[in-house]
Design a protein. Structure first.
Length: 139
């Protein structure tokens, strides 16, 4: 079983079509919605974690593209450069899954790689560029 994180962008003309349910039904994909943002009458964005065989994941991505969904594969992981990090905490304010948190004992930023979904928002927020990997902006 493989997994892949993807950003899906649905333009207005397709954002209300029932596309996602087919991933499970037709492609034997187990998916987890990691982030969702709908801008009514403009577009919808989803970050999904896809689980399945490599072949079924690729077929489901091909299906989405065929339906007009923009698909971007996200990094497998985010990496922090501990020498660059100044533990300012800016990244903790944008981490929606709490992979980054301030340790109140040491007043340093803890990074839990197992919880991280590699959305890249911490990379955008980091003033010293200590985070690397995928970068997306859901705003």
């Amino acid at each position: 079983m493989k997994s892949k994180n993807v950003l899906l962008i649905f333009e207005r003309k397709i954002m209300y079509k029932p596309i996602i349910y087919r991933l499970a039904r037709d492609f034997d994909i187990i998916f987890n919605v990691l982030e969702a943002k709908i801008l009514p009458k403009l577009e919808g964005r989803l970050i999904l974690e896809l689980h399945g065989t490599e072949e079924s994941i690729q077929k489901s991505i091909d299906y989405l593209i065929g339906e007009g969904v923009q698909v971007q594969t996200l990094a497998d992981k985010i990496v922090r450069d501990d020498e660059r990090c100044v533990h300012c905490g800016a990244c903790t304010s944008v981490c929606r899954v709490d992979a980054l948190s301030i340790n109140r004992t040491t007043m340093e930023v803890d990074f839990d790689h197992e919880v991280c979904v590699a959305c890249g928002l911490c990379k955008i927020a980091c003033p010293v560029n200590a985070m690397s990997g995928a970068s997306i902006d859901l705003d």
